[in-house]
Design a protein around this ligand. Structure first.
Ligand code: GLV
Ligand code: GLV
Length: 318
């Protein structure tokens, strides 16, 4: 049986499934592995199952002479050096499709949380300090009827857009490639260039992968186009937003708030963000439902099994 190295334990039921067709070596501790530990782990492995939090760089790839597949347990794969993998003809795969709806749900949770001040109000209710209903307590901002501006319109973006109908929101989007008119009609979305989208939207939500091109796409200038009443939502990747510029925009009240599931230097979250009431912070839980994490595991397994049997894995990204 081929050896597969897994950098972090997955939900139990999927661990049992993965163990059937391969000799599984894995991290038995509930913590991320260091680079040294990953280097040691992959040395004899034919397959590697990596987390989005593991940086799989050239050094790791070159330390694994037998490696044939890197199966990332995520839809995003910016943590992997694709060029180094390509040179060695190692497959790189991701887990598209199965986490789309789960991540779209969380995007809406963040929009509602930040606009209706849910975490702040919840903490207050829990504190025992509430003395009664008041006409001016925890006043938030309506979501229904507003404009949602979406940057990126892939699977997750489309799932977010579909939910907008229930809130009677107008949806505008921008993306590298415009969708066919029929698709725009079906989704009830219209295309705008980024600067116009930023000017018109009450909520700006990011749904694009992190690449050289999208790094710091939302910078000082972009934030400057946004309305002082609007919110930024990021469930994609932290470095798409220039976090320093975001903190500055919040401080100067250039925008009303932010809902963030991802950060520029994860897992570090800057104190300036943590101290602000008008931001809602989550520890990268976009795909974190048990059902979805099991489905992601099955996709990883399908890819591993195919690659190690000499076939093209179904979810190749390279
Ligand atoms: C989560 O961020 C993922 O890319 O799956
Ligand atoms: C990937 O970005 C997706 O939209 O599923």
């Amino acid at each position: 049986m081929p050896t597969v190295f897994l950098t972090r334990a997955l939900p139990d039921s999927i661990m049992r499934e993965i163990r059937r067709p391969v000799r599984l070596r894995f991290n038995h501790e509930d913590r991320p592995l260091s680079k040294e530990e990953i280097l040691r782990g992959v040395r004899k492995a034919e397959g590697l199952i990596s987390m989005l939090s593991d940086k799989i760089d050239r050094e790791i790839i070159e330390a694994a002479p037998n490696l044939r597949i890197i199966a990332n347990y995520a839809v995003g794969y910016n943590n992997i050096d694709l060029d180094a993998a390509q040179e060695r003809k190692i497959f790189v795969t991701n887990t598209p499709g199965v986490l789309t709806e789960t991540t779209a749900d969380l995007t809406w949770a963040l929009m509602l949380a930040v606009s209706r001040r849910i975490p702040e109000a919840e903490q207050f209710a829990r504190s025992g300090k509430w003395t009664g209903w008041a006409p001016t307590q925890f006043l938030g901002t309506d979501l229904f009827g507003k404009t949602l501006g979406m940057v990126g319109m892939g699977r997750i973006g489309q799932a977010v857009a579909r939910r907008a109908a229930g809130f009677s929101m107008r949806v505008v989007y921008t993306s590298r490639r415009r969708l066919p008119i029929q698709e725009e009609k079906r989704l009830q979305i219209s295309f705008l260039p980024l600067s116009d989208l930023l000017r018109e939207s009450d909520f700006v939500s990011l749904h694009l992968p992190l690449t050289g091109e999208s790094h710091h796409l939302i910078d000082r200038k972009a934030l400057g186009f946004m309305k002082p009443t609007s919110f930024l939502i990021n469930t994609a990747r932290g470095p798409i937003v220039d976090e320093k510029a975001l903190i500055e925009a919040l401080r100067r009240k250039k925008i009303a708030g932010a809902g963030l599931d991802v950060f520029e230097n994860e897992p570090a979250i800057s104190r300036s963000l943590r101290n602000r009431k008008e931001v809602v912070l989550l520890p990268h839980i976009g795909s974190a439902s048990l059902e979805t994490r099991i489905r992601m595991g099955r996709i990883v397994l399908d890819n591993i099994v195919a690659a190690l049997a000499g076939r093209n894995p179904p979810n190749m990204v390279n």
